[in-house]
Design a protein around this ligand. Structure first.
Ligand SMILES: [Zn+2]
Ligand SMILES: [Zn+2]
Length: 120
């Protein structure tokens, strides 16, 4: 902490100052269709994420319960923001390395792609 990160083109840049819990890898169909595969996300308090650049940030309502923030120029997907609760999920691959974080949980394992196995 703090973490900084950005999309591929830099149109969206952010900083995270709060206490991140750890990386959650989601194997749901929404993530597969939007990210092309499972997506690793860092869960952080919503108010801990500050946007330093957001000119190309666009929000997409991905389900009745959440929206996703992506860059309209490079297509990079950075955020999943559930409507309920005080957490936001930040795509782990967009965080500037090293993160020092560990994967703490795999979710939606039952809908994962059939071309890989989840490490024990
Ligand atoms: Zn971009
Ligand atoms: Zn998902």
């Amino acid at each position: 902490m703090p973490f900084t990160g950005q999309c591929h083109c830099g149109g969206v840049r952010y900083r995270i100052d709060g206490d991140a819990v750890g990386v959650i890898t989601c194997h749901c169909r929404d993530c597969q269709q939007m990210h092309g595969n499972a997506n690793a996300m860092l869960a952080a308090p919503k108010d801990s994420v500050a946007l330093e650049a957001s000119a190309t940030l666009t929000w997409y309502e991905s389900s009745a319960t959440a929206e996703r923030g992506f860059c309209s120029r490079c297509g990079g997907r950075l955020f999943k923001r559930p409507r309920q609760g005080d957490r936001i999920l930040v795509s782990a691959g967009t965080i500037d390395p090293p993160t020092g974080m560990k994967t703490i949980r795999n979710v939606w394992v039952e809908s994962k792609g059939d071309w890989y196995e989840i490490p024990a």
